[in-house]
Design a protein around this ligand. Structure first.
Ligand code: SF4
Length: 104
């Protein structure tokens, strides 16, 4: 059975760890758009603690839903080198750019 662990980092980002994936969540960025909760309630459940359980779905399912998070509150790192992090600095006067890459 997989086990989820979670913990906070000094930068305020929480991490939720399962086999092959680390899901990150930055509360201050969350816009409560609920894309995650609607898209994959087995992983993202606001009534559960911890509210993110990356063992609830496959890595690919989880990554697909996280990529829809409009605020970049959610991110991930996978064992095969995929990742998504929030843009470090918004470009002045321009849209924020995604930092997303694929191993494939
Ligand atoms: S999709 Fe992103 S912004 Fe929306 S509730 Fe989930 S974490 Fe927050």
């Amino acid at each position: 059975m997989q086990e989820t662990t979670s913990g906070g980092r000094a930068d305020g980002i929480r991490e939720y760890v399962a086999d092959g994936i680390v899901v990150t969540w930055e509360a201050s960025r969350c816009q409560h758009a609920a894309e995650c909760v609607r898209g994959l309630p087995r992983v993202f459940d606001r009534d559960r603690r911890p509210w993110i359980d990356p063992t609830g779905a496959s890595i690919d399912e989880t990554v697909t839903v996280i990529d829809r998070c409009p605020s970049f509150a959610l991110g991930y790192r996978t064992h095969d080198g995929r990742g998504r992090t929030a843009p470090a600095v918004a470009e002045k006067g321009g849209p924020q750019r995604a930092s997303s890459r694929s191993a494939g």
